[in-house]
Design a protein around this ligand. Sequence first.
Ligand SMILES: Nc1ncnc2c1ncn2[C@@H]1O[C@H](COP(=O)(O)OP(=O)(O)OP(=O)(O)O)[C@@H](O)[C@H]1O
Length: 240
Amino acid sequence: MNAPAITFDAVCFGVGNLSAEFSFSREAGSVTAVLGPSGAGKSTLLNLAAGFLSPRSGEIRLHGKRVNELAPAERGVSMVFQDNNLFAHLDIRTNIGLGLDPALRLDAAAWSRVEAALERVDLAGFGNRMPATLSGGERQRVALARAFARHRPLLLLDEPFDGLGPGLAADMLSLMLDIRTEVGATVIMVTHDPDEARTAAQQVLFVSGGRITADASIAGFFERRDLPDLEKYLGRSATS
Ligand SMILES: Nc1ncnc2c1ncn2[C@@H]1O[C@H](COP(=O)(O)OP(=O)(O)OP(=O)(O)O)[C@@H](O)[C@H]1O
């Protein structure tokens, strides 16, 4: 049997008030929604997987291989943050190109991939523009274009469709799912939107207070009444 695409084995990390410990595993090609209250540790979990944070103890394995000591660029992951995704002093084309090769040694085929990625997020013709001249939603779409163009096996998305408006968010979500199928990528995405989670994901990780308090199927998840953390998160009273 193939190794899972991602495994967190008692991964511990502490910062500020957060003392986190995460254990979970996901098969290749799966889409997981990470849900939970603000400050629960959702972004921290993604940053640990991407290698922007290092665990105090425990092991992170990607496709069966320990990656604790590997830098983000060596892990085969692509991450889209809530913001600050782009280099402000570089134009949009270069920002995406750097995702394909940090030294920007791109041949004609790679530059065509950059243009194709811009087209797919409906930003054809934006290549020469600087990030500051784009709206927040347009910048977010550039970040998605860069992640999509990279074709990495693990896609980590931190509220990537926030601020796009419902129609565009739905378009980007469906584009993300198409690209996942094309590349066969595994996706872990933080979202606060139950509809987005239902549309995109098969599984849920519910994070609360630095712990995974539910690791479950998305089917019927929001209707469950046995999870006090979920009741609170959704604003349902215990008696309703
Ligand atoms: N560098 C840091 N210094 C101090 N505290 C930090 C640092 N980074 C994160 N934290 C704290 O760790 C906790 C978890 O943060 P994290 O960003 O993972 O939460 P989150 O679940 O993604 O929240 P949100 O939904 O609001 O984005 C928060 O309380 C945050 O203030």
